[in-house]
Ligand binder design. Sequence first.
Ligand SMILES: Nc1ncnc2c1ncn2[C@@H]1O[C@H](COP(=O)(O)OP(=O)(O)O)[C@@H](O)[C@H]1O
Ligand SMILES: [Mg+2]
Length: 752
Amino acid sequence: MQKFSKNSKLIKKIPLRLLLVIPFVLQVFVVVGLVGYFSYVRGQKAVNNLANQLMDKTSQQLDGHLDNYLALPLQIAQMNLNAITTGNLNINDQTKNERYFWQQAQAFKNITYVGYTLNDGTELGAGRWIKGLDVLTYENLKGSGKASDFTTDAQGNRRERLQSYDYDPLSEPWYKQTVSMGKLIWNQIYVAQNSSIEVTQAGKAHNTNVDNSLEYYVAVSARAPFYDKNGNLLGTTGVDLLLTDISKFLHNLNVSHKGQVFIMERNGLLVGTSTTHPILYSVKDTAERYNARQSPNPIIRAVASGIQKRFGDFQNIQAVKNTQEVDIIYNGERYFVRVTPWQDERGLDWLMVVTIPESDFMAEINANTRTTILLCLAALGITVLLGICTASWITRPVLQLAQATEAISTGKVNQIIRESIIHEINLLSLSFNRMAQQLRSAFTALETTNQELEKTNAELETRVLERTKQLENTLHELKQAQAHLVQTEKMSALGQMVAGVAHEINNPVSFIYGNLVHVNNYTQDLFRLIRVYQDALPNPPDTVQEVIDEIELDFIQSDLNKTFNSMQTGAKRIKQIVLSLRNFSRLDEADFKEADIHEGIDSTLMILEYRLKAQTYRPEIQVIKQYAKLPLIKCYAGQLNQVFKNLLFNAIDALEETISENRDIIPTITISTYMIENIISICIIDNAKGIDESIKSKLFDPFFTTKAVGKGTGLGLSVSYQIVVEKHCGRLWCDSIPGKGSKFFIEIPTNL
Ligand SMILES: Nc1ncnc2c1ncn2[C@@H]1O[C@H](COP(=O)(O)OP(=O)(O)O)[C@@H](O)[C@H]1O
Ligand SMILES: [Mg+2]
């Protein structure tokens, strides 16, 4: 059990509150997290789809536009070719042809030039190539060696020559290429300059629909050779298409916010872009096209590089009308890139590139994600709050229960749990309250029983105490009675014997003592008679002399006096002792009558004289008497003598005992008497070792003794107490300083 509780102490306890909140929070966290994650993934997918769709659409639009846009020059070229070969266009009718071309150029705004070049170098055409001026006509006459530009009127008639210059078309690569190919083809894209020329008032009048911003322009020519009936080359016919308009179209496509479209050739040279960045840059007095990888637009640059990295070379991009998708990262942003080849059988082979930054779509997705995260956090917060509320809702009554249980275990049974709205806890509360009620009843019953028991116990105790006291008293009385009995017996036997002996001795001693005087007188008389005889008979007969010598009469005469004296002293002493004995026992005076206290003390001392004398092991015990003048008092004299004897005996015993331990003291007993008012006090003082505090209360108990068996009976003080207190209505007490000595006081009232 103990081991168990020790272990359970080591394991950290999980509070219920945490236990209730954490699963909730975890659940919500997981669910919300999953929802957030999936919505993000779905968003990504949607973005991809959307981007693809958009790029698809854009590519298709562009594809269609290019198809349309680039079809026109081919058709015009083909038409002109047909017109020449069928003879509808006579290459010798210059004026008619010039108007014909003028009309074509006028009709199609994107055509910068339309005309033919004959194999002798003669050229005729119309178009737009000078800044600020609308359709011009052009002729290059073989032989005159000069090419000239003319302004025209509203019908296409020449008005004035703008300029003349040297130009040999036959040496141009486009001419050679067209001739060598032998069919309608696209020539190289070229960059041409919009010449700026002082223009006359008349010329200006026709300047409409011309973009003044064009310094240089990019164009491409569709050309076809034509032959005579014998198949001999007569010349070429051509149409120049302005490519700059492609950029305008691209710009208007509006793919997405930051989405871009550009078209480049397989060599990377830009054909058009949707950006505002130019595709041309000037070199000396001409201009060149940017390679996409060097475009001033960083995104075009990055995309072109990305494509090249992906395919190695632009040439490697599948020459079918398949799209190629590349994703590139630029500036930490993802760009979807769609590369679609655009080709025609006349020799154009371009790449249409559509690129859309992910951010154009992601902004909303990100906003969505942010909203989702915020919602998640809010849901989480609410869950935690709800969890905490629920937990405290559940824990509070549980805690109350626990506290109430704890209180009950410490004895506070007055516990009531409030009802809870949680059913199970309410059940628990109800059964707890029932249990507490039962406990209370049990406690009350127990307490009543306890009180009754205590009462009974107390009664019993008092009774036992009373009984004990009674018994003690009885025992005390019994002991005293017994002691008294013993003493009385002893004393009566001993006293009677002593009194008898004393009485018996008294007469002969008195007789001897009384007659000793007479004997002395008689002896003196006899000596006087002898002296008379000697005087009368100075020489006695020998027989007499012999007897005188034998008995040493002189010595007898001198010694007999001494002998008488000592006999007299001895007899006197015997008489005194006998008197003391009689005095002491006072058997003859057992009644209550007047007596001399000092006489009693003195005769007691007389009897005890043999004990006061010096012994081999100690000096004589000094007795100092300090007697006051006392009247005779009525008392049981014999019994009081008994008391003196007992106290003196104890003092002598104590002194002897003390001296055996300490030889330095002079053993002394002081007996003093005095009278104050009507009370006579006798004080017996010794300078022995005193009485121990612990035994003081027992001194007067019968049979209490500290002396060896056979030496003390323990009756002396108890009997004395009885005699003084009960027989004489007096007091007997002891005062002792341990180590210094003891004092015993006897007080006897005189007015008994
Ligand atoms: N003067 C005293 N000095 C010291 N002890 C005393 C004196 N008187 C009495 N006692 C003590 O009191 C005891 C009881 O005395 P007592 O009743 O006379 O019986 P007992 O003399 O036979 O012992 C003694 O044993 C002794 O120890
Ligand atoms: Mg004694």
